[in-house]
Design a binder for this molecule. Structure first.
Ligand SMILES: [Fe+2]
Length: 174
C-alpha cells in the first residue's frame, strides 16, 4: 500500500470510530431543550425589565454606583436574552415573545419602582438565585442530550451570574 492509501485507510478508521455528528435531535428532545430554554428566556426578560426599572428609579447615596451597575447588568442580560431566543430558533421552535408570555412563565416577579436601594439589590440577588436554578436545569438537559452548543452558552452565563452574585453580596456587607 502506498503512503497515500495508508493515510486514507487511517482516516477511514478514525471516521468509523468517531461518533456521528449530532446535527439533529428527535422532536421529543428538541421539545425538552426548547421548553427549558423558553422558561429561562421568560425569567431573563422579567429580570431585564426589573434592572431597567431599578436603573431609572434608584435614589439615595448609592445612586451613582447602582445606577451604573444596573445598566451594566441589563446590557449583559439583553445579550443573554437574544442568544437564548436564537438558540430556541436553532431547534426550529418559537421563542416566547410577548410580555404576557414572559410574566406567565417566569418565576421571577416584577416589583414596584419606589424601593430602597438595598431592597433593589436584594431583589436582584434573589433573581440571580432563581436564574441559576433555571440555568442548572437547562444545563442538565443539554448535557444529557449532548447538546454542546447550549451547554457552552449556559456555562458562560452561570459563571457571570455567580460573579455578579458575589459582588452585589459584598456591596451589601456591613
Ligand atoms: Fe440610562
Amino acid at each position: 500500500m502506498d503512503i497515500e492509501n495508508v493515510a486514507k485507510t487511517q482516516l477511514d478508521t478514525r471516521l468509523a470510530k468517531a461518533k456521528p455528528i449530532k446535527l439533529g435531535w428527535s422532536s421529543d428532545e428538541t421539545d425538552r431543550i426548547a421548553s427549558a430554554l423558553n422558561e429561562l428566556l421568560a425569567n431573563f426578560q422579567v429580570h431585564y425589565q426589573k434592572l431597567r426599572n431599578y436603573h431609572w428609579n434608584i435614589k439615595g447615596p448609592d445612586f451613582f454606583d447602582l445606577h451604573e451597575e444596573f445598566e451594566n447588568l441589563y446590557t449583559e442580560t439583553a445579550l443573554h436574552v437574544d442568544e437564548v431566543a436564537e438558540r430556541i430558533r436553532v431547534f426550529s421552535h418559537t421563542p416566547l415573545s410577548t410580555m404576557r408570555d414572559y410574566l406567565e412563565h417566569a418565576a421571577i416577579k416584577e416589583t414596584g419602582s419606589d424601593l430602597q436601594a438595598e431592597v433593589m439589590v436584594r431583589e436582584v440577588l434573589s433573581d440571580f438565585r432563581i436564574l441559576l436554578g433555571y440555568l442548572v436545569s437547562v444545563l442538565s438537559i443539554a448535557s444529557e442530550l449532548e447538546d454542546a452548543g447550549t451547554e457552552q452558552m449556559i456555562k458562560g452565563y452561570i459563571k457571570k451570574i455567580e460573579k455578579h452574585h458575589w459582588m452585589l453580596t459584598a456591596f451589601l456587607a456591613k
